[in-house]
Design a protein around this ligand. Structure first.
Ligand SMILES: NC(=O)c1ccc[n+]([C@@H]2O[C@H](COP(=O)([O-])OP(=O)(O)OC[C@H]3O[C@@H](n4cnc5c(N)ncnc54)[C@H](OP(=O)(O)O)[C@@H]3O)[C@@H](O)[C@H]2O)c1
Length: 361
């Protein structure tokens, strides 16, 4: 098949992978095409929550037509066993003749092992076509595996003078409704939301995804609450049976037992000499819970802490034209956002608000 056709197929595989963006956590979203004699036989994309894999779906759809066909897949097929055996074994059993893989899998259980196995078994293996597309689509996956901590995005609405709240914490929106709607999309594309007890006490947020009036989507909520200060009547604790709420605390008492009984997962941590929790350890623990991607929705004190600890990958800023004044609560303590080392990845206008998506460099 021509180089032009191969490129078209691997591009198409990326487009179908994109259709599942944000729905396959903690697994990456992968697209797969099987073609023969320059015609597509079948397509597959990772199913919700990561299983079955794209290759399994495409192979099943293709059936015996896979024999002698070419597979185009955005990530190296898995080497470790699943219900029907590894994807590498399924590809061999199906008689695929040639395979185009955009990127090797960084997961140690697979990393280059499937590529080797396929080559050993006389499959023609081509690696690297549109590799960058796979990496940018699944940034959370590649980064979280490398650092063994979740890919961390911070969502902040700031006034024109970089404040995130009024001096008396009075409840008032900084960004407009269009920005807030996009904020819900950012939640939808995240595996979990991380917040602080203080933001819960001041704002009593629901932290649900409300893009549609009749539907409220729940994703796991992680709370940093050293002294277990969250009120028991907080919105976060309502309808708890529909949610996963994880609380990191230093306290073990009646309230922690009560929260456990309610259905919260309580994770105890020691305080360090500054009477704080070790955020680096907490992020490692979050990763060990199979949570690879988080959206932080908290105030400036916490944002400053995670920046100091080099835990932030991206900042999603909604900048409004409101001026709060110098007594307002700052987005970062002791620094301006403009002084951070950032690279602008995307910008959008939501009426008078500006959305800026930065990568922390
Ligand atoms: N504009 C926005 O986008 C946005 C988003 C979210 C929230 N907010 C606003 O932000 C305001 C709160 O901001 P804030 O800066 O005052 O508070 P914050 O950043 O939400 O939370 C600060 C608290 O987090 C805890 N914390 C931080 N680092 C910690 C560590 N290493 N170990 C243990 N605990 C740690 C401490 O709580 P304890 O020591 O008390 O346990 C600390 O007081 C609210 O008014 C809310 O409306 C704005």
């Amino acid at each position: 098949m021509s180089q032009e056709f191969n490129l078209k197929m691997i591009n198409l595989a990326h487009n179908i992978a994109k259709s599942k963006f944000g729905q396959t956590f903690p697994n990456p979203t992968v697209g797969c095409i099987i073609a023969k004699n320059s015609k597509i036989i079948s397509k597959g994309v990772t199913n919700n929550s990561g299983r079955p894999h794209a290759e399994e779906i495409a192979l099943e759809k293709a059936g015996s037509k896979s024999k002698g066909a070419t597979m185009f897949v955005t990530l190296e097929p898995c080497f470790h066993s699943s219900k029907n055996g590894s994807c590498a074994d399924q590809i061999l059993r199906a008689g695929i003749k040639e395979i185009f893989i955009s990127s090797p899998d960084p997961d140690k259980r697979t990393s280059n092992k499937s590529i080797l196995k396929l080559r050993k078994n006389k499959v023609l293996v081509n690696v690297g076509l549109l590799k960058n597309k796979t990496h940018s689509l699944n940034k959370f996956f590649f980064k979280s595996i490398k650092k063994k901590q979740p890919f961390t995005k911070v969502k902040l609405a700031v006034s024109d003078d970089e404040k995130i709240a009024w001096s008396n914490y009075k409840s008032k929106w900084i960004s407009n409704e269009y920005s807030r709607e996009y904020g819900h999309k950012l939640r939808l594309y995240s595996q979990a939301i991380l917040t602080t007890s203080k933001t819960i006490i001041k704002d009593d947020p629901k932290l649900t995804i409300r893009l549609n009036k009749n539907k409220e989507i729940h994703i796991p909520i992680i709370i940093i609450d050293k002294n277990l200060k969250i009120p028991l009547d907080s919105n976060i604790l309502k309808n708890i049976s529909k949610k996963r709420v994880i609380i990191f605390t230093a306290l073990k008492n009646k309230k922690s037992l009560h929260l456990t009984k309610l259905g919260c997962e309580i994770i105890y941590c020691k305080q360090n000499i500054n009477n704080k929790l070790n955020l680096k350890n907490i992020f490692k623990k979050i990763y060990s819970l199979n949570i690879s991607d988080i959206l932080v929705e908290a105030g400036g004190i916490f944002f400053t802490e995670i920046l100091k600890n080099k835990l932030v990958d991206e900042i999603h800023l909604f900048k409004s034209k409101i001026i709060i004044g110098q007594n307002g609560k700052p987005a970062i303590h002791g620094k301006n956002i403009s002084k951070l080392k950032l690279s602008l990845q995307e910008t959008k206008k939501f009426r008078s608000d500006t959305y800026l998506n930065y990568k922390v460099v």
